[in-house]
Ligand binder design. Structure first.
Ligand code: AMP
Ligand code: MG
Length: 351
């Protein structure tokens, strides 16, 4: 398949491009597009064969449900059985934005989109390109992250091209995304709302709006045997080719530990890589040292995480060590992705 790649202005995308992309969606094709979180791979969420195509293009297991993206609140009624009052409040506070909510699905939503579940995940993105495309494409765009299943989520159109060129109809290049981690997912199908995936919108922000919100315990623990509730969270994800180890501890101890490990590998003739910060990069002696950004700016760390994991696939290193990023606001979201990328391999140095 020939994949058309078109570049648009992030704030004012060309109407003709959006119309053309919308037509592709309406006729059952696939279009990758930027959102404020990561790039999405869009298909018509109400068309079972579009959803099947999405699974195929990504190589994604078909029991891993897709999120339906809408462009206005009125569209929600048609695809869910009911909107709980707390979910309504969340929508008013955080939509459009990086929040996905799970509802009981209406009969309009095919099981192909929900991975066989009776519930449906819905998000209203704020990115102008995403919003315009959803409207042009019929109002209900199923879109997982636009990467090959298992690889880091794409934060630039170049990442999408790496994984999906030749497999989908179109890629809309709207530049780099703003947040760089996927949306927060909250389940509203039970009495009490539960966070199934941490993201930019954190527990504290949500609790300020609706009171207590629980966190699925499968997400926080470093133990990989506890199964998370969102079907997709159980899969190995984001993993770079070389094995990744997270090292948690005070700065000096972390640096010393990582340097010692890299030295051991060097003695065996093996190259190692380090994910460092602006504050520590000069302190490492590994073959490849990459800074993820400054600890003073946690948004930057979140935004660079997936691209740095992809960059390491271009390096010939046999092991990667990363510092730990329990930052105040987005630490939970960052560590959730990093732990998955590391296959939950974390060394906790005593303090
Ligand atoms: P992605 O689209 O790649 O960001 O992944 C979507 C995430 O949403 C996966 O982890 C899914 O398991 C989760 N998800 C989608 N729909 C549901 C649902 N109905 N119930 C629980 N989790 C869901
Ligand atoms: Mg994904």
């Amino acid at each position: 398949m020939n994949t058309t790649v078109v570049t648009v202005d992030k704030e004012h995308p060309d109407r003709k491009v959006i119309e053309r992309a919308g037509q592709i969606l309406k006729s059952g094709g696939l279009v990758a597009f930027p959102t404020e979180t990561v790039y999405g791979l869009g298909g018509d969420g109400l068309n079972p064969s579009s959803s099947q195509k999405i699974y195929q293009a990504k190589g994604r297991p078909s029991d891993n449900p897709l999120i339906i993206h809408i462009a206005d609140l009125e569209s929600l009624d048609k695809i869910v059985k009911k909107i709980p009052p707390k979910a309504q409040k969340m929508a008013e506070a955080f939509w459009p934005g990086p929040l996905t909510m799970i509802f009981e699905k209406s009969s309009l939503v095919p099981y192909e989109t929900t991975g066989g579940l009776e519930s449906v995940a819905v998000r209203m993105p704020s990115h102008p390109v995403a919003a315009a495309l959803i409207k042009a494409g019929g109002g209900y765009v199923a879109a997982p992250s636009a990467n090959t299943s298992g690889r880091p989520s794409p934060t630039q159109a170049a990442h999408v091209r790496e994984d999906l060129e030749g497999k989908i109809d179109m890629i809309i290049d709207g530049g780099s995304v703003g947040i760089g981690l996927e949306s927060t997912i909250v389940d509203f199908t039970e009495e009490e709302p539960v966070i199934l995936r941490p993201g930019y919108i954190n527990q504290e922000m949500m609790e300020a709006v609706i009171g207590q919100v629980k966190i699925d315990k499968g997400l926080l623990i470093t133990d990989e045997k506890v199964r998370p509730k969102a079907p997709g969270m159980k899969y190995r994800h984001y993993a770079p080719r070389a094995p990744l180890t997270i090292v948690q501890g005070k700065e000096a101890e972390t640096v010393a530990y990582i340097n010692a490990q890299c030295e051991k590998l060097a003695e065996q003739g093996k190259k190692a890589g380090v994910i460092a910060t602006d504050e520590t990069r000069e302190k490492y002696q590994a073959s490849v040292v990459k800074s993820i950004g400054s600890r003073q700016e946690e948004e930057g760390i979140a935004r660079h995480l997936f691209s740095i994991l992809r960059e390491f696939d271009e390096e010939d290193v046999e092991a990667i060590f990363s510092e730990s990023f329990d930052t105040p606001r987005m630490g939970q979201a960052i560590m959730n992705r990093l732990l998955k990328a590391a296959g939950h391999h974390i060394i906790e140095l005593s303090d």
